[in-house]
Ligand binder design. Sequence first.
Ligand code: DC
Length: 220
Amino acid sequence: MALIKNQHHVAIAIDGPAASGKSTIARNLARHLGLVMVNSGAMYRAVTWKILSLGIDPFDQDAVEQALENMAIGCGVDGCFSTIAIDGVVLHDELRSLQVNQAVSIVSAIPLVRERLVALQRDYLQRTSVVMEGRDIGSVVFPDTPYKIYVDASAEVRAARRSAEGVTDSVAARDHADSARATAPLVVAKGAVVLDNSDHTVASAVEASLDILRSQGLQW
Ligand code: DC
């Protein structure tokens, strides 16, 4: 396992649209570099799961904000990966349900939800070096990190990836909502290098990502 040299807690930002392959790249980079992979989407999914479990309409912003006040959001680490718990319940597969897929872009557009989760995402860097993947990691969460990759792939490839996973997910609708929202929309962050992941294998995508990080000055 490689170690990052001469640096105190490093943040690597991996952003991009749904099903672009950024989680796979982030996971492999974390393993290769010996960092913790933080899945920020899981945090938005966890809050959404809780809102739905409480029977709250995700469009009812006041009700979501009120529920958020009483929600204990536990962000942990297990080995190389982030974990997420709400009110003491550690969440896994339920985060990928159709209901959560359909509501997560609505809940994650609420500024107070973002404020709370961005603070928790930044907390990780106090504890450890991270490869964090999401939509606004390079633009909002860690705008000052020099290590930023925007992973993209064609709409066809992304839709095919999700259906191969056997998941019902309206990727195009989610991307539209995530890119059009007022607060922290999906953008190519300043300084990010775009990696087109339409035709890469996992191994070649990870190699290409390491090349980008090297060109951005990361040493390991
Ligand atoms: O990465 P994912 O597809 O699991 O993310 C689920 C949703 O969470 C995504 O549609 C938008 C939201 N999200 C966000 O708004 N900001 C992030 N940094 C990560 C995810």
